[in-house]
Design a protein around this ligand. Sequence first.
Ligand SMILES: [Zn+2]
Ligand SMILES: [Zn+2]
Length: 414
Amino acid sequence: MVALSLYFIQSLSIVLSDAESGCGIGAGYKGTFSNITISNHSDVTANSGKYAAAIGSGDENVNGSGTITITDSVVKATAGTDAAAIGTGNECDSACDAINITNSTVTANGGRYAAGIGGGDAVSDGTINITNSTITEAKSETDGAGIGGGESGNGGTINITGSTVTAHGGGYAAGIGGGEDAGVQKVHIDYTSKAVAYAGGDGNSVAIGHGDYNKTAAAFSGNYPSNGTLKLSPQHHIVEAGSGPGSTSTYTRDNIWNACRNNKYAYIHPCEHVSTYYKADNSGHHQLCCAYCGEEIGKSEYHIWGSDNKCTICGAEAVPLELSLVERNNNGEVVKNFSIMKYSLWVAPYPENIPEGMVFRYWKSGNFRYYPGVDYRVFEGGTYTAVYSPGVDTYYIDENGEYQSVRALRKTSS
Ligand SMILES: [Zn+2]
Ligand SMILES: [Zn+2]
């Protein structure tokens, strides 16, 4: 018998159980479903009998499986043997079209040889989207992935966005990815998500990626399932990986992917910037940066110079200024060339070198202007050219009330 069914559960608090071989929610033996929707603040506990998913398809379904949608709800699903808690039952012909979990809290205990969320025994996983949700636990009893494929089933496409996920693979299976002897197509964990993944305790299964197989024997040549695509954010993710939660190393940037694929346990989380350092640039600034992910934190700030010519914050050193100073006259001709001398840039050119009728304005080097009276530190020697403007004779009144003549800059349009 093939039953084609639509299930909608809304605003319900309900416990559904089938002790024999039917689903908690879904189809019975060889039965299929087209859609299961749990939404609108439902609180659902679903338990299934042997070979059937708690939420999903029944045993040996041969007509495909539809889409499971869980939105704004709390779900606890526990499968009988050989079936996924949420997904497919035992030896179904195909994965669910999709499993979409959004704004929900889910616990999924898969049975023997089956995933917590994904494929039943000998079934691959299709597409699983976990969005803004908490997967308290997705677990296989043995040899299925926590999230992904059942035994010998590939993990399909798993997208985890804005969520916190804990996944336990069983036996020879990955935490997130392939069941025993199987790989995974794609796992994408966005940089706002946290994921804890435990591979099963046996064989070469990994936290995220493949179930057990001999990695050294043509592991990636086609005879064995591939590791698939694991997408993490190297700018934002930190991976703490190892044999278990108590024995991890911290991996950053280019090492985060292999950390997930070479260890039994991986905790992936956004970088909390717990270790920082100051990065100096060559234009007189420093910037607080994360030592793990490299993110620039806060604003770029000016160095604060100590008497030893080092920044008291970041330790950057100013290079002693040795420069070749060229003075030119009004016509741009070199009138004096002080080669490799030490100068303080806030000092104007010697008075005798100031062209007749002109007033010194600033030193120019490349595109930078260095004004008198300002303390600049420079990091490389260079050619500093004095720039003048036409002056006017004027006066000021000193502290004794006396008129003092002075040559000052004339306001010009240039
Ligand atoms: Zn960081
Ligand atoms: Zn500094």
